[in-house]
Design a protein around this ligand. Sequence first.
Ligand SMILES: Cc1cc2nc3c(=O)[nH]c(=O)nc-3n(C[C@H](O)[C@H](O)[C@H](O)COP(=O)(O)O)c2cc1C
Length: 212
Amino acid sequence: MSTLLAINTSPMTTTAVTRRLVETFVSLWRDRFPGGRVIPRDLGVAPPPHLDERTLAAFAKPEEVLTADDRRLLALSDDLIGELVAADHVVIGSPMYNFTVTSGFKAWIDMVGRAGKTFDYSPSGPRGLLGGRQVFVLTARGGFYTNDASEAPMDFQESFLRGYFGFLGIEDVRFIHAEGQGIDPGTARNNEAEAISQLEALFAGGGVQRVA
Ligand SMILES: Cc1cc2nc3c(=O)[nH]c(=O)nc-3n(C[C@H](O)[C@H](O)[C@H](O)COP(=O)(O)O)c2cc1C
């Protein structure tokens, strides 16, 4: 059975472009993988807390010396990692905030990047442990950062996410962007419709693969 982890990161619950894109992706995914399991995770409505000193200390401890308090502090990180490990495919709706991801999404990133769980240190450097998955990032942006746009160097969202998931061993990371959401309503609608067409083409073209 295929499993999809469907992550929303927009704090906007009713108007978010990225929530509509994620909804479309999930619907196309269900058609492609009937009987598959979808795990929803809403980081916009319920962002994880920032890492603090006690949680980081618990991250660093070997399993056998964890106290009951440590286990309580690690519970959310363990759950989030469990969802990611269970997934063959991950779809993430990611609004661009201040040229990168939302703070709730960054808090998730800090919770799931854990030595010994999602990456390891080897003599030749860090090694990602989550290879074999596909990640699909559906973004919305007020402006334009693709196709040689003058603002392209300010796109720290795509480069950051490619780098981060690559660090975890996930090389197959695909982006679909709904740009120009702040320009005017017509441009916003057209670019969202174009992103939906790209999603349909992605599924029709076999871009979402069955994981062995
Ligand atoms: C706090 C905040 C910061 C933003 N920063 C940027 C930015 O750096 N670049 C950009 O193009 N758009 C920026 N935007 C616009 C959003 O990316 C755009 O409204 C997008 O549609 C939000 O996604 P959503 O509709 O899924 O919530 C920002 C919006 C907010 C609320």
